[in-house]
Structures are given as structure tokens and as C-alpha cells.
Design a protein around this ligand. Structure first.
Ligand SMILES: *Cc1c(COP(=O)(O)O)cnc(C)c1O
Length: 375
């Protein structure tokens, strides 16, 4: 069977979204510039209020990136050298980098075979007397299995910090990602479901004391101008980014629904094909930051798709424990077998709200033509 048409399908296309909001976004940016409100301008606080409303939490705090968000939460809990934070081997490296950033040690756990999120049955074995926190990741937009994680944390008196950097608006048993634990970090990196026009991130929490401390920490410890209560950092959110995010937040729910529809069509087209589509755990509603399948001939498939105009990406090709940056953890090949196996099989297909049905059908046809199913 030859493909009937020849389309170009990018992995993501941020230009379509910009064109649909061009007037509004340009106006919002011009407003910041005309008022020279570059640092902690009114849009930052307005975005914080609006994002807290979107998540249904008391406090949202705008910061410079998702990595900074996670790091600031850890710092606010005084987690540092000699402490351990349990997280998952299959994630973007920034999860671990945030832990290292405060001087603590990331302790990795392998993944659940179906969801590719942290395997909750392996968490307790990773707890030591140095463990201070568990940092589950809602990878690809699908929430981790939070109830068992919260139960383990309660029993061992640990903080839970959600890495919600890929999960803006996802739900787990009707609770919104980022609101189920002590605090959560979000990324507004341009390609995320809610993306700024540069680096930006956010923290959400219902703990007012924690929020106050994080507000100080992100802004060089300053409570009143030139009054510094603690030694802080410069991790502020740019006002220009906040202005863009305010415009885009109004569209996030609609974009997430479009992604859900796109994912459902892919999954329908792959049914009975042997291609392993993403698994949706009972009670979770993913926001499909990524649509990740598993196949036997990943490299060959990527090449064929590329030759037919379809861009794909691997999230992530080298697990954290096998990265040179984390050689000091002393891990070796075989330590997290499922993470390693899947790292060689996964491929992320084009996924964004504005994908057309024709593009999805074309990508699926190409995958069905060139992919070798696993076993
Ligand atoms: C994007 C991302 C981060 C880091 O966010 P930045 O804004 O790029 O610093 C952390 N964790 C996960 C899972 C991510 O996808």
C-alpha cells in the first residue's frame, strides 16, 4: 500500500496558534512595553490570580521556568544537601536537575509498564532515613497514580511535590494535576500545552505560608523594595511572558480538548494494529502534551516518517541514570529495566491542538505502513 498523498506534518506548529491570537498578543505585549512594566508588572499578578483560578488553588506564583519552580518548592521546604528526593527514571532531566539544584540527591524509581509513570509499588523500597520528598511526574500529560503516592508519603511523613510541567489541566479522579499534593511546578516553555514566548514557569499550592516563602525566594528575598528578609534568587517571571500567558490561558481548556480529540482519533486508527498506543489509566484524563507509541523498529520508522514529511521526537532517548550528568549516582545499564527497554521503543507522533483530521489520518497511515509491532 502506498500513501495516497504527501503532506508535511510538523511535530508542533506554534505559528498557527500565534496567527489565531496575533492581534490580542501583540496588544498585550505593546501594553507592557508602553508602560515599561518589564519586571513584576501588573500582568504577573493578574496571571497568578487567573492561573490559580484555572487550577482551583489558593496560590499561584509566577517564576522564570519549570525547573526554577520545582527547585524553589524544594528550597522552601529546606530540602538540601544530605537529603534524598524520590522521583522517576523516565522523565525530562529537569526533574532531577531541580533536586540536584538544591544539593539533594534524586533517587530514581522505574516505571509502570502501562502508564510509563512512576511505579508506585517500587516507591517504598526506595525510602531511606534521608528521604524528604516524593516528586511524581505527570508525564506526557497523564497524571501519575497519586492516591497510593499520597498514602505512602503520609505514612513516612514525606512532602509530595508534583512535577506538572506537562500536565496543565489534566485530572486524576476529578482532581486537577498540581493540586493534589503540597505544591506543584508547571513549565510554560513555548512547546508546553500552555506556552510562553520564552522561558517561564509557575508554582501552585494551597499552603499560604509556603507561598509567601516562595514569593520571597523568587525575588532575591525582598519583601518591600530594598528590604531583604532572606537570601533569595532571581527567579521572577517576566511581565512580557505573563502578558502572553494571560491571553493564552483563556484558550487552554479548548486546546486541551482538541488534543484529546486528536489523541482519540490516533488511538482509534491504531486499534487492532499491534502498535502500542498510550494507555489511559482508569480515572485519569490526560491533556496529551505528547502522544507516544511503542514499536519494534523505532529508528527505521522515524526515518520513513521523516521521508514522508512527518516529524517525530523521542521523549526521552537516554534515561536519566545513563546520562553522563548523573554518572555520580553510580547506576548502570539494567538498573531500571522498563525505563531502558521503553527508551528504545517509544516515538512521539505530531501532537498539537490545531492538527487536522487529514494530517492525523496521514500520520496514522504512514505509521501503520512502516511500523513493526512489538512481538
Ligand atoms: C519542561 C519540563 C520541565 C522543566 O521546565 P522548563 O520550563 O523547561 O525549565 C520539568 N519537568 C518536566 C517533566 C518537563 O516536561
Amino acid at each position: 500500500m502506498a500513501l495516497k498523498e504527501n503532506l508535511q506534518v510538523p511535530f508542533v506548529d506554534l505559528k498557527i496558534q500565534y496567527r489565531s491570537l496575533e492581534t490580542e498578543i501583540n496588544k498585550a505585549l505593546a501594553n507592557v512595553i508602553q508602560n515599561t512594566a518589564f519586571i513584576m508588572g501588573p500582568d504577573v499578578q493578574a496571571f497568578e490570580t487567573e492561573f490559580a483560578g484555572f487550577c482551583g488553588v489558593e496560590h499561584a506564583i509566577g517564576v522564570g521556568s519549570g525547573t526554577a519552580a520545582l527547585e524553589l518548592i524544594l528550597r522552601a521546604y529546606d530540602i538540601g544537601p544530605r537529603d534524598e528526593v524520590i522521583t522517576v527514571a523516565n522523565t525530562f532531566i529537569a526533574t532531577a536537575v531541580a533536586v540536584s539544584g538544591v544539593g539533594a540527591t534524586p533517587v530514581l524509581v522505574d516505571i509502570d509498564p502501562e502508564t510509563y509513570n512512576i511505579d508506585v509499588s517500587k516507591i517504598e523500597a526506595a525510602i531511606t532515613d534521608k528521604t524528604k520528598a516524593i516528586m511524581p511526574v505527570h508525564l506526557y500529560g497523564q497524571p501519575a497514580d497519586m492516591d497510593p503516592i499520597l498514602a505512602i508519603a503520609k505514612e513516612h511523613d514525606l512532602v509530595v511535590i508534583e512535577d506538572a510541567c506537562q500536565a496543565h489541566g489534566a485530572t486524576y479522579k476529578d482532581r486537577i494535576a498540581g493540586t493534589m499534593s503540597h505544591a506543584a511546578g508547571f513549565s510554560f516553555y513555548p512547546g508546553k500545552n500552555l506556552g510562553a514566548y520564552g522561558d517561564a514557569g509557575g508554582i501552585v499550592t494551597n499552603d499560604g505560608e509556603l507561598a509567601d516563602k516562595i514569593r520571597l525566594l523568587r525575588n532575591i528575598g525582598q519583601s518591600v523594595k530594598y528590604h531583604h528578609d532572606i537570601v533569595g534568587f532571581n527567579h521572577r517571571m517576566d511581565t512580557l511572558q505573563a502578558a502572553v500567558l494571560r491571553v493564552k490561558l483563556r484558550h487552554l481548556a479548548g486546546w486541551n480538548n482538541a488534543r484529546r480529540k486528536n489523541a482519540a482519533l490516533y488511538t482509534e486508527l491504531f486499534s487492532d494494529s499491534g502498535i502500542i498506543p498510550p494507555f489511559q489509566a482508569e480515572g485519569t484524563d490526560s491533556v496529551w502534551h505528547l502522544y507516544v507509541i511503542r514499536v519494534k523498529n523505532r529508528e527505521a520508522l522515524q526515518q520513513q516518517l521523516s521521508d514522508h514529511g512527518v516529524s517525530t521526537v523521542i521523549h526521552y532517548p537516554i534515561p536519566i541514570h545513563l546520562q553522563p550528568a548523573y554518572a555520580h549516582l553510580g547506576h548502570k545499564q539494567g538498573d531500571f529495566p522498563l525505563t531502558e527497554l521503553y527508551a528504545d521503543q517509544i516515538v512521539s507522533l505530531p501532537m498539537f491542538a490545531e492538527l487536522t483530521e487529514q494530517q492525523i489520518r496521514y500520520v496514522a497511515d504512514a505509521v501503520l505502513e512502516f511500523a513493526e509491532p512489538i512481538s
